[in-house]
Design a binder for this molecule. Structure first.
Ligand code: GTP
Ligand code: MG
Length: 376
């Protein structure tokens, strides 16, 4: 599961990516840093619950959940027709499960802003910019959908009923995209397995879930963004789309990424903010992918494990070891919140009956602290 960092050229995508990945480098975590490609990096997911458990247990090893980000080169208007670096980069987006759309929300005359033509600088206008990127994704999708529609219409003429049924909704989808609307807001018939399968096969770019990362100026974070005219526009747009807009100053984040945790906390206190935009962005990205964490704890290791929301106990156990899934007997579960409320007094939690015994059908919740019993 990975997120592609997408946006117009020069809006701060690589700056954000560097901040994301060098945080990881600086953190000297207990698992190897993993650069899959130069433009792809694994980033630990901040989790205060895991930090607390590690502290309580004085654990030897703390292993956070991770999420992968890919820094994709800037798209310009016309990319779907091959302009700029064009289709190659649309291909990179296709391989991602979700999109972090970086939108320029800072003023700086020294940083050229281009939407269409590298030789034609433009003003900062986040909504126009979002539309420009969206349009490229939509046009790329329209091509994919139209091709398939053509094929299915042909097949329908030879009496293929399945193709005929598909052609009906593909035509609706094509009209939707032609209207400039992204596939993510199209009403796919989710109850129909054939529709779901085709949807997956199409790999539509504009259907991918999105988070807007609003790259604000260095001074904007002070004073709670009151001075920034652009962020509210993106926030409103995101709201319409049921998406999130997260303000972030990529440059500042990059500057402090190499600092120690203590230095960062001091810096944030000075700024009067709780956590950096980067932390929020990573957490929101993880959620956007439909991922949650369950926790295992102990002196040897405290660890956050990644599962898809809705995963049942045996499959969650299988993340730790396939034997755990195969020989699953039951799970001993404490909700993190219950531990916290009891001041991490495990005996008290158990005495209150808050350690639950769960079986094969149990759907694991975010923040469950679990011990699996198995037999192979
Ligand atoms: N003032 C200011 N400048 C920024 C900020 N974020 C990035 N920049 C500057 O903008 C320029 C472009 O940043 P990049 O991160 O390379 O932009 P990009 O989106 O990766 O660009 P392409 O890969 O060319 O599409 C650099 O000179 C950055 O220092 C910011 O928050 N404020
Ligand atoms: Mg870049």
């Amino acid at each position: 599961m990975k997120l592609g960092i997408v946006g117009l050229p020069n809006v701060g995508k690589s700056t954000l990516f560097n901040a994301l990945t060098s945080t990881q480098n600086a953190q000297a975590a207990n698992y190897p840093f993993c650069t899959i490609e130069p433009n792809s990096g694994i980033v630990p997911v901040p989790d205060a619950r895991l930090d607390k458990l590690a502290e309580i247990w004085q654990t030897d090893k703390k292993t956070p959940a991770i999420v992968e980000f890919v820094d994709i080169a800037g798209l310009v208007k016309g990319a779907s027709q091959g302009a700029g670096l064009g289709n190659k980069f649309l291909g990179h987006i296709r391989e991602c499960d979700a999109i972090v759309h970086v939108v320029r929300c800072f003023d700086d005359d020294n940083i050229i802003h281009v939407v269409e033509d590298v030789n034609k600088p433009e003003s900062v206008d986040p909504i126009r910019d979002i539309d420009a990127i969206d349009l490229e994704l939509i046009l790329a999708d329209l091509e994919v959908v139209s091709n398939r529609l053509g094929r299915q219409q042909k097949a329908a003429k030879t009496g293929n009923k399945v193709a005929a049924a598909e052609a009906v909704w593909l035509a609706d989808l094509a009209a939707w995209l032609e209207g400039g609307k992204p596939a993510r807001s199209f009403a796919f018939d989710e109850s129909d397995d054939a529709v779901k399968a085709t949807r997956k096969e199409l790999g539509l770019l504009s259907a991918k879930p999105v988070i807007y990362a609003c790259n604000v100026g260095e001074d904007d974070l002070l004073g709670g963004l009151d001075e920034n005219p652009y962020y509210p526009l993106v926030a409103a747009r995101a709201k319409e789309e049921n998406a999130q807009a997260i303000p972030i100053c990529a440059k500042t984040e990059e500057d402090i990424a190499g600092s120690t945790q203590e230095e960062k906390i001091a810096f944030l206190q000075e700024m009067g903010i709780e956590s950096t935009g980067l932390d929020k962005l990573i957490k929101a990205s993880y959620e956007l992918l439909g991922l949650i964490s369950f926790l295992t704890d102990g002196k040897k290791e405290c660890r956050a494990w990644t599962i898809k929301r809705g995963t049942k106990a045996p499959q969650a156990a299988g993340k730790i070891h396939s034997d755990f899934e195969r020989g699953f007997i039951r799970a001993q579960v404490i909700a993190y919140k219950d531990l916290e409320d009891a001041d991490f007094n495990y005996a008290a939690v158990k005495a209150k009956g808050l350690q639950r015994t769960e079986g094969k059908e149990y759907i694991v919740n975010d923040g469950d602290v679990i011990e699996f019993l198995f037999n192979v």
